[in-house]
Design a protein around this ligand. Sequence first.
Ligand code: UT7
Length: 322
Amino acid sequence: MRYTKIYGTGSYVPDKIITNEEMTKFVDTSDEWIVSRTGIKERRIVTDQSTLDLAEIAANRAIESSSIDKNKIDLIIVATVTSDYAFPGVSNLLQSRLGLDNVMAFDINAACSGFLFALQIADKMIKSESYNYALIVGAEILSRLTDWRDRNTCVLFGDGAGAMVIGKSKTNKIKDIITASKGDTDFLLFSKNPDIKDPYVNEISSQDHIHMNGSEVFKFASRIMPKTIKKLLERNKLNINEINYIVAHQANLRIIDKSARDLGIGMDKMFINIDKYGNTSAASVPIAIDEAIRSEKIKRDDLFLTVAFGGGLTWAGALIEY
Ligand code: UT7
């Protein structure tokens, strides 16, 4: 039986910091409201970089920390909702930037759960012995889709990228992954593509923004995150106390806090960086895992859980021994 493990992780956020105070120049909001309702103090946004640029820096950092010859990578998956082009995908351009040959590269869109969906796909492709080493990236420029006049959404999001190199292993380290979807027919969280522009449609085409029913998404997230964790524990016959650490999608500090209470654990077991970056969608989980590893909150052989939810609606979780 072939197993998989994490070889390396990396992440990158752009230099430009937008504090809550600066947000008050665009919209009717306050530092007090944003911090108390979300836990966000500041976020990063790009000025002249592309999603590919962010992905490339995070990918190089992950490859560097993996200590494997990058030419061994035979699969690249990029999770994003903010690809620079309709096509080619960020993954295709990344393959070229990294100078890799003989690679299968493709993008996926599962919103904020995208990175864990990509992990699930890569894990299975390696376990099936079709591929050996995968570079998985979550990269987003959410500021591209943000309506900077809408206080309900613009304070929440940020830009960034996270990456991971996984590959074949003799020991079973990436132990279990759950991925799931429920079609959002109520349109709780979405952003439309530009309108059709054929000669028979008399509309001006423009890029849509993010639309969200915050309180409904909040209720969904607060329910699905602990439920997914409990399911992973149950099917792996584990107790929450046997888990060293939890890395959850950074969407709202209150959602993470509610999940911790539901699971009967302290916030000291939950990774937090939402205060610095806001919600970076598909980049949120890999940035958080990378920072948790680099700050030694997750150490070698630690058992950790990671969990995400997002537009789609989608949700996912993974049980990993580092
Ligand atoms: O990756 C997944 C993506 N999304 C999420 O995870 C988001 C999940 N939802 C949330 O995080 C929360 O629902 C929000 C942070 C978006 C909103 O927090 P809330 O406690 O659910 O607030 P609310 O939507 O119930 O709004 C309360 C009030 C409203 O005013 P009124 O109608 O009561 O007068 C809003 O207009 O807060 C107002 N409000 C704001 N006030 C100041 C909404 N946004 C802001 C703002 N600054 N930025």
